[in-house]
Design a protein around this ligand. Structure first.
Ligand code: NAD
Ligand code: AHE
Ligand code: ZN
Length: 374
């Protein structure tokens, strides 16, 4: 079949809207009509050329929602007409990682996913004889896409596609980092670095978890009102306070010994210098810093080992530690029940032809989330 898609032809170039060829689903695969897709910073990261796994030409996009329109042989868990969210972190429930109960990082198809192909080693996308790469197993910047059955979560059909697509990455990553990875407890003192599409969801997760102090840290003062909207209690612009680490340690002093530092900090910037600040702003003895941001090829994190020797913990999280087929439908239900907010964070709704504008808005710091509606 033919489908409309935004194609990443080369690193650093705007996406090109074109008609591409799409082969139907093979064994264990499903064909999904994508109804809406968010634009995540990670799409920008790969398009920029910074992603060591980046492949071109490719169809990017990993934050979608849509309807199953066809299924391959052997598919049992979804059927035509089901509403689904594609999962860049699948859940096969059979691999050693899924069975370990220690991680959400299913390994069933990770190798081929990183090579931009389906589990059988081939691509479903092409333009004539030229093959196009899949991206993060999702390629939601195409109106129709093919996914393995284990990489779709079946969700409430009443949920609006143009909002729940964001659960395909940003919402789940932010809230999950708090609940699944950090396991933040009531009354905690916390700091969130970077108040974009991920950081604001960390803030909303911290509010849900009952954190007392939620400090937002961002170089853009416009983000103050955004953080406050979702439960941030204090705002710090690192450009205005000198060295941000002692500033945060001072701000979080509490208890008889007046030792400062947050119980939990979150990096939502992808900047390795910020990751160090987030670790060092943690409380001696128990503070945990969760790395969510993704950094480019060649970037490394550093700190004095003393920071870890004295009990601070550095952790990372992918997709908020969520098991997609199990947890994503629940998060959609939370949204439908009004337990979490999504609508105000979707600042821009665009047509596929306007997708490059979504990247411009992100670069300019003007959007929280742009969503493309097909
Ligand atoms: P975004 O562009 O919407 O937000 C980034 C925010 O960081 C902006 O508000 C920006 O002003 C702020 N910022 C930039 N430099 C800063 C600094 N030095 N100090 C403080 N704030 C600073 O991006 P996003 O969509 O929220 O994504 C954030 C990061 O999370 C990206 O690196 C993205 O690739 C990554 N990500 C990771 C996962 C995962 O599973 N681990 C999932 C989604 C996104
Ligand atoms: N190709 C990148 C990996 C980037 C990365 O860490 N991606 C996250 C999801 S970001 C979503 O917006 C992830 O899921 N990681 C786990 C995995 O298996 O990739 C690089 O840096 O090489
Ligand atoms: Zn993402």
């Amino acid at each position: 079949m033919k489908t409309r898609a935004a194609v990443a032809t080369a690193a650093g170039k705007p996406l090109e809207i074109m008609e591409v060829d799409l082969d139907g689903p093979r064994d264990g695969e499903v064909l999904v009509e994508i109804k809406a897709t968010g634009i995540c910073h990670t799409d920008e990261f790969t398009l920029s050329g910074a992603d060591p796994e980046g492949l071109f030409p490719a169809i990017l996009g990993h934050e979608g929602a849509g309807v199953v329109v066809d299924v391959g042989r052997g598919v049992t868990s979804v059927k035509k007409g089901d509403h689904v969210i594609p999962l860049y972190t699948p859940e096969c429930r059979q691999c050693p990682s899924c069975l370990s109960r220690k991680t959400n990082l299913c390994t069933a198809i990770r190798a081929t996913q990183g090579q931009g192909v389906m589990p059988d080693g081939t691509s479903r996308f092409s333009i004539g004889k030229e093959k196009l790469h899949h991206y993060m197993g999702c390629s939601t910047f195409s109106n129709f896409t093919v996914l393995p059955e284990i990489a779709v979560a079946k969700v409430d059909p009443a949920a609006p596609f143009d909002k729940i697509c964001y659960i395909g990455c940003g919402v789940t990553t932010g809230i999950g980092a708090v609940i699944n990875t950090a396991k933040v407890e009531e009354g905690a003192t916390t700091a969130v670095f970077g108040l974009g599409g991920i950081g604001l969801n960390v803030i909303q997760g911290l509010k849900l978890a009952g954190a007392d102090m939620i400090i937002g840290v961002d170089v853009n003062n416009d983000k103050k009102k955004w953080g406050e909207r979702f439960g941030m209690t204090h705002f710090v612009n690192p450009k205005e306070v000198g060295d941000v680490v002692p500033h945060l340690v001072n701000l979080t002093k509490r208890g008889a010994d007046q030792i400062g530092g947050a119980d939990y900090t979150f990096d939502c910037t992808g900047n390795v210098n910020v990751m160090r600040q987030a670790l060092e702003a943690c409380h001696r003895g128990w503070g945990q810093s969760i790395i969510i941001g993704v950094a480019g090829a060649g970037q490394e994190i550093a700190t004095r080992p003393f920071q870890l020797v004295t009990g601070r913990v550095w952790k990372g999280t992918a997709f908020g530690g969520a098991r997609g087929r199990t947890d994503v439908p629940k998060i959609v239900d939370w949204y439908m029940a009004g337990k979490i907010q999504i609508d105000p964070m979707i600042t821009h709704t665009l047509k596929l032809e306007e997708i490059n504008k979504g990247f411009d808005l992100m670069h300019e710091g003007k959007s929280i989330r742009s969503v493309v509606v097909y």
